[in-house]
Design a protein around this ligand. Structure first.
Ligand SMILES: CC(=O)N[C@H]1[C@@H](OP(=O)(O)OP(=O)(O)OC[C@H]2O[C@@H](n3ccc(=O)[nH]c3=O)[C@H](O)[C@@H]2O)O[C@H](CO)[C@@H](O)[C@@H]1O[C@H](C)C(=O)N[C@@H](C)C(=O)N[C@H](CCC(=O)O)C(=O)O
Ligand SMILES: Nc1ncnc2c1ncn2[C@@H]1O[C@H](COP(=O)(O)OP(=O)(O)OP(=O)(O)O)[C@@H](O)[C@H]1O
Ligand SMILES: N[C@H](CCC[C@H](N)C(=O)O)C(=O)O
Ligand SMILES: [Mg+2]
Length: 476
């Protein structure tokens, strides 16, 4: 990246890198980013008044302050990523970093890899939607892919803690905002591509191309593992210089697997020539496990050890977690918040259930997020369940009733009778628990591991699993 201009001394000591003028420390470098809400350039003076000694920006301010160093570049997102890597002494080069991208399955694959490599005796790092791990230590995650300062800070902590591997989720927002630019990946994985985030990326092609950039930037020394069963699987790797490996359940691929049996308690899989029982369920999880297997083999792990490791893996928090009440009602909590994820989870349940029972689905759609997925998710839920309660899922700054109306628009006339609207999510769960009969299945989709409901910027405690357990316990 070329520097357009520098004003002030180039011998300046920087205490920290900061992207928010409200979080400036003495002698920090303030990086002005153009955001979706405001332009960080408007806060340069405020940052200096709070103690910033240097500024990285795309346009120099009209009034330049004495004693402050200004560096002008074409793209502050990219410059920030490079500065962060350098500031923390290039931590990604000191461990094996693997990135996982795609619409669904990122958290699952990254977490399963973290669990498996930890179980094999390695000290491992994880950057995921649910949590950040530095070895055994856990930190709260605010994003799926944090900003580049946080990524490099955590990677550095991982190096200092003796981690030899780090598995991270690479979101499309993260790629687009260059949060992962300049990281030295040992490998990348593509899961699948389906409808999500069209509020941000505007078109499906833009969304796809954002994901593809990740593979375009992988070095020759890295591996690029792609899902042959997804129609964009080969598109992702068409311009990469990395070593391409494919995996698939349905198509000819380097890594092949099949699901031989599927039950609520697990499935019998065939990976390559080996049959094994695993504790996760659903074809989508077979695909996730196959990706985990492929990564481990490409990283040089022993095949037998990997197969044993895979058979020990348990489902990730909030991903198809289920409890069974005393009177035999099964409640499943799952993070399905995209049409494809919801369809997969419902198809999986429907392939296992006997149809002597009813499947009651509770689902909502997030506020201030892609509106176009709302009617589709309601259509899928009502088509594939015996009864559906549409409810709220983090309405954020939107009117929850408007979100519900937009969802309801997708319910086809023949399914209207089995659809109910209960805005309050707790009441929705209560209603399902009261209505369920022994043997019935309740799916609560969309929030998974989340422990809050976000309304007008305020997050109140909310945990689907805890709440459903409470109401089911009350029945007995
Ligand atoms: C849409 C989006 O990606 N937003 C991210 C973006 O914020 P923004 O564009 O709204 O920023 P802004 O508020 O316009 O501000 C621009 C700049 O001015 C600075 N500023 C602002 C005000 C001020 O007083 N002083 C100041 O310096 C801000 O710190 C920022 O650097 O840049 C911020 C700093 O990096 C992020 O925290 C923020 O993530 C928000 C919280 C968010 O919700 N992001 C979601 C959509 C997201 O990124 N999700 C993905 C994937 C989700 C998935 O798993 O599918 C993720 O990776 O988590
Ligand atoms: N390989 C897959 N294909 C389709 N759906 C999947 C797959 N793996 C998981 N899912 C579904 O998607 C949901 C989210 O899974 P996961 O958290 O692993 O995805 P993610 O890509 O990390 O999502 P996010 O974009 O929110 O970070 C799961 O609860 C499940 O319903
Ligand atoms: N990482 C996703 C999570 C969505 C989860 C759902 N519960 C919601 O709030 O929409 C997003 O930020 O779009
Ligand atoms: Mg995730």
């Amino acid at each position: 990246m070329t520097i357009e201009s520098i004003v002030g001394s180039t011998i300046v000591s920087v205490s920290s890198l900061v992207i928010d003028s409200r979080k400036i420390e003495k002698n920090s470098l303030f990086v002005a980013l153009r955001g979706t809400q405001v332009d960080g350039h408007a806060y340069i003076d405020q940052a200096i008044e709070s103690g910033a000694g240097a500024v990285l920006c795309e346009k120099l301010p009209a009034d330049l302050r004495e004693g402050v160093t200004y560096v002008e570049v074409l793209d502050t997102n990219q410059a920030l990523a490079i500065a962060s890597t350098n500031f923390f002494d290039n931590p990604s080069s000191k461990l094996h970093l693997v990135g996982v991208t795609g619409t669904n399955g990122k958290t699952t694959i990254a977490t399963l890899l973290y669990d498996m490599f930890t179980d094999m005796g390695y000290t491992v790092g994880l950057l995921s939607t649910v949590k950040i791990k530095v070895g055994d230590e856990t930190f709260e995650a605010t994003h799926t892919t944090p900003d580049s300062i946080s990524i490099n800070r955590y990677l550095n902590e991982m190096v200092l803690a003796g981690c030899t591997y780090c598995f991270m989720e690479v979101s499309s927002h993260g790629i687009d905002q260059k949060r992962t630019f300049g990281l030295q990946f040992k490998g990348g994985v593509f899961t699948n591509l389906s409808h999500d985030h069209l509020d941000y990326h505007k078109t499906f092609a833009d969304y796809r191309d954002a994901k593809k950039t990740f593979f375009d930037q992988l070095p020759k020394s890295a591996f690029a593992i792609t899902n042959k069963d997804d129609k964009n699987g080969m598109v992702m790797v068409q311009n990469t210089v990395a070593k391409i490996k494919t995996y698939g359940l349905k198509n000819v691929a380097d890594y092949k697997a099949q699901v031989l049996e599927n039950q609520f308690s697990g499935m019998l899989m065939k990976i390559g020539l080996h049959e094994l029982w695993v504790q996760l369920i659903g074809a989508f999880n077979a695909s996730n496990l196959l990706a985990v297997y492929a990564v481990a083999i490409e990283l040089g792990a022993n095949e037998e050890e990997v197969l044993v490791g895979i058979s020990k893996l348990k489902s990730v928090d909030g991903r198809f977690q289920y409890i069974v009440s005393k009177d035999e009602i099964t409640a499943i909590v799952d993070y399905a918040h995209t049409p494809d994820a919801l369809k997969n989870v419902l198809d999986t349940i429907n392939s296992i259930r006997t149809y002597n029972e009813r499947l009651i689905t509770i689902v909502g759609c997030g506020g201030n997020r892609d509106k176009t997925k709302r009617p589709i998710m309601a259509q899928i839920a009502t088509e594939l369940s015996s009864k559906v309660i549409l409810t709220s899922d983090n309405p954020r700054f939107e009117d929850p009733y408007v979100i519900l109306e937009e969802m309801e628009a997708g319910v086809e006339p023949q399914n209207a009778m089995k659809t109910l609207l209960i805005e309050d999510r707790k009441q929705a769960i209560k209603a399902a628990c009261q209505e369920a009969k022994p043997g019935d299945i309740i799916l609560i989709a969309g929030k998974g591991h989340e422990t809050y409901q976000e309304i007008k910027g305020v997050r109140s405690d909310f945990n689907d699993l805890v709440i459903v357990k409470e109401f089911l316990d009350k029945r007995s």
